[in-house]
Ligand binder design. Structure first.
Ligand code: SAM
Length: 221
């Protein structure tokens, strides 16, 4: 699988693409993640990629031409624009994209991208949530981490992916590790009982209780 990221800050991704699960997956050749510098197609000596908005108003807009040229290089990819105005990003997006050969993520900056690009050269628009951050790069990283860990063989124990939050319309049960008592706080007795039937039942009820209390909007089906 390949993930391309169109950005004015390709160096933004340097450390995160070298670390952890994502770094190892790239090293093992299970995925290729390629930041593409939008300024390659910038205008003039300053490689300008933005201009003032038609109709006036504050801020700058990413010009269509550099973006179109960058997107032409990833024509066969499923092209995703990161924008607060997109559909809220969910696990279902990540599941779907993890099955694709090539996904291209377009990071906005300033006031965002010229709308003609969004309209004619983008397949899907997604948002991290109902808040505004400075650029699409942080959102692209979220997607890279979320997708890469779903690629077969990337995560050692496939069960950990099958059992986690949002798979069955619930959030996950709590986890504990040693010591059994820390600062007087005890690990629930059932988890130390060795009774796998009781443990499974406790975990199921924790998932249901937590979901009802914290995320009643989720649908356990
Ligand atoms: N003027 C835009 C608006 O009000 O919707 C906000 C632009 S924001 C300062 C600059 C860029 O950051 C956006 O083009 C987008 O790529 C990215 N961005 C900001 N918030 C985001 C979010 N919640 N989800 C995804 N991308 C976001």
């Amino acid at each position: 699988m390949r993930i391309s990221i169109i950005t004015i800050f390709p160096e933004y991704f340097d450390s995160s693409l070298a670390l952890g699960i994502t770094g190892r997956a790239i090293e093992r050749g299970l995925v290729e993640v390629q930041p593409i510098d939008l300024r390659t197609w910038g205008k003039g000596v300053h490689r300008q990629v933005d201009d003032s908005p038609f109709g006036g108003g504050p801020g700058m807009v990413l010009m269509p031409e550099p973006l179109a040229n960058a997107l032409d290089t990833v024509e066969e990819a499923h092209r995703v624009l990161l924008t607060p105005g997109g559909a809220p990003l969910g696990q279902a997006h990540l599941d779907r994209w993890a099955g694709m050969d090539h996904v291209a993520l377009v990071c906005g900056r300033y006031e965002g991208v010229d709308e003609r690009i969004a309209e004619h050269m983008i397949d899907e628009q997604v948002s991290l949530g109902d808040y505004v951050i400075a650029g699409g790069e942080a959102a692209a990283l979220v997607i890279v981490e979320g997708v890469v860990r779903l690629i077969p063989e990337v995560v050692g124990n496939a069960e950990s992916i099958e059992r986690e939050s949002f798979r069955e319309g619930t959030i996950e049960e709590p986890h504990y590790t040693r010591p059994a008592v820390f600062r007087g706080w005890e690990v629930p007795e059932v988890l130390r009982s060795g009774d796998h039937g009781r443990i499974e039942e406790w975990r199921r009820s924790q998932r249901e209780e937590r979901t009802a209390a914290r995320r009643p909007d989720l649908d356990p089906g």
